[in-house]
Design a protein around this ligand. Structure first.
Ligand code: NAP
Length: 495
């Protein structure tokens, strides 16, 4: 399929080299790797394939830059983030087209991601000037307690392909605001959005070396030496739980401070008193945003048996009507999956559930033709032993099961090693709080199908990871607390 003039322009506008110490350079080996459009399977760009020597240079650049960046006035750090925010806003249309070309989601969703991603730059540009320690009187009355908040140091960021920009800005925004420097490694499927972001930060006045970007085909061998290197003081990873476990083991080598934003298996609970239309709208958002390729995606729907049939019919009607196609075309609501491996995994999970007795209300198969499309799917009567209730689906598939009591709903929701997010639909506030307090997830959408918000702490419990991104908690991830025991003050007065 021939690229349009706009598509060619946005792709050619991206610098496809490595960004190290403020310079754009080829990989030291001269090697490159291809970036593919998942809607067509065609190569749209080639980017540099970093070597270990390049990675070492990037970490050294971040280390050198930290010595000065940590002492740059907070207002100046804030102003750079704010300028980047303004530039991203001006260029939303081209960034959205670029994102759609490498990741596949509809342009309207790419725009929504860019707004969300950019909100982290705005939020943390505002927070940069509000990094506070404290000063208190010791409980004995003698001496004083002083705490300082200081930037932790050079950071490694490893990000996934499903939100190519937002998973970066959630880390870069607070890190730069705090006075940290970083080396960022985006996913090999979607490096272009991160390279475009680096160009914007450069244009916004970010000094060389504060942010370095490595694109690479072999992330494991590239990143391990950096994770085990004492120059690195913090790692933040967003990706799958199996890779997260490997990185946690590697980080133990130097007791590295880490944040882990890992996989999810979100339950979506609909109680018998819920506003069913609102629940269906929430379900549509929680399931179909990003084509189901989101860690927050509702992975399984547990619905009270008295309303399950009505909920399933309404949801199937909405999901079955979604327009599937190349995300660059007008009116498209669901794009392709990222690659054939992901599509095969989704197909296997659906086939397993159907083989065990689930009923297909809509979809249930691949879409013929070029690209990695899978039809939006709703499955009813899904049996307890279906694999897709246990595994992260990461695709446009909504399995529905039923419960009879609140206790059963909670037990079903918590029956997973994951703990990222859950969704609760009920109009009874007392019931809502009982359920919310019993759910083992880091976040809960109460009568709403989306939780992501730059001002709120995003993150999971159990095997969904630890650490938070967004809000004041997101800034704490990049700050160390130093305590000074001060032998000052008047002696206490005796009673
Ligand atoms: P992934 O396979 O774990 O990859 C994530 C990143 O890690 C990519 O940049 C990847 O590089 C890199 N990587 C893979 N193996 C590595 C290794 N041994 N050492 C160092 N880096 C390594 O995950 P994904 O398939 O891209 O993303 C989907 C997963 O991310 C899902 O499980 C989803 O739930 C999770 N996720 C979580 C959140 C959250 O906030 N909790 C948000 C979004 C996504 P390559 O591209 O080169 O393989």
């Amino acid at each position: 399929m021939a690229a349009t003039a706009d598509e060619t322009r946005v792709v050619e506008g991206v610098k496809t080299q490595l960004f190290i110490a403020g310079e754009w350079r080829d990989a030291s080996s001269g090697e490159t790797l291809d970036v593919e459009d998942p809607a067509t399977g065609e190569t749209i760009a080639t980017v540099a394939d970093a070597t270990n020597a390049d990675a070492d240079a990037a970490l050294q650049a971040a280390t050198d830059a930290f010595a000065t960046w940590r002492n740059v006035a907070p207002r100046d750090r804030a102003d750079i983030l704010r300028r980047a925010y303004d530039l991203i806003n001006e260029r939303t249309d081209e960034l959205a087209l670029l994102m759609t070309l490498e990741m596949g989601k509809p342009v309207s969703e790419s725009k929504a991601e860019i707004t969300y991603a950019n909100n982290f730059f705005r939020w943390y540009s505002e927070e940069a000037v509000r990094i506070n320690g404290r000063f208190t009187i010791n409980e004995t009355g003698k001496g004083r307690v002083l705490t300082l908040k200081q930037p932790i140091g050079p950071c490694l960021f490893i990000t996934p392909w499903n939100f190519p920009l937002a998973m970066g800005t959630r880390k870069i925004g607070p890190a730069l605001a705090a006075g940290c420097t970083c080396v960022v490694k985006p996913a090999k499927q979607t490096p272009l959005s991160m390279l475009a972001l680096a160009q914007i930060l450069e244009e916004a006045g970010l000094p060389g070396g504060v942010l370095n970007v490595l694109t690479a085909s072999s992330s494991g061998s590239l990143m391990q030496p950096l994770i085990e290197d004492e120059r690195t003081r913090k790692m933040s990873f967003t990706g799958s739980t199996p890779v997260g476990k490997t990185l946690i083991k590697q980080s133990s080598e130097q007791v590295l401070k880490v944040s882990m934003e890992l996989g999810g298996n979100a339950p979506f609970l609909v109680f018998e008193d819920a506003d069913l239309d609102a629940a269906v709208e929430g379900a549509l958002l929680a399931k179909m945003r990003n084509g189901g390729e989101a860690c927050t995606s509702a992975n399984r729907f547990h619905v009270h048996e008295s309303v399950a049939e009505a909920f399933a019919e309404k949801l199937a009607a909405k999901i079955g009507a979604l327009k599937v196609g190349r995300g660059t075309e007008d009116g498209i609501q669901v794009g392709p999956l990222i690659d054939e491996a992901q599509r095969s995994k989704v197909a296997e999970l659906v086939d397993d559930a159907v083989g065990k007795g689930a009923r297909v209300l809509t979809g249930g198969s691949r879409v013929d033709g070029a690209g990695y499309f899978y039809a939006p799917t709703v499955l009813a009567d899904v049996p307890d032993d279906a694999d897709l209730l246990k595994e992260e689906i990461f695709g446009p598939v909504a399995p529905i099961t039923t419960f009879a009591t609140d206790a059963e709903a909670i037990a079903q929701a918590n029956d997973t090693e994951y703990g990222l997010v859950s969704y609760v639909f009920t109009q009874d506030v007392n019931r809502a709080f009982e359920v919310i307090e019993a759910l083992e997830t880091g976040m809960i959408g109460f009568n709403q199908g989306m939780v992501s918000n730059a001002g709120a702490p995003f993150g999971g419990v159990k095997q969904s990871g630890f650490g938070r991104e967004g809000g004041p908690e997101g800034m704490d991830e990049y700050l160390e607390t130093k305590y000074v025991a001060m032998n000052v003050g008047l002696p206490p007065t005796a009673l």
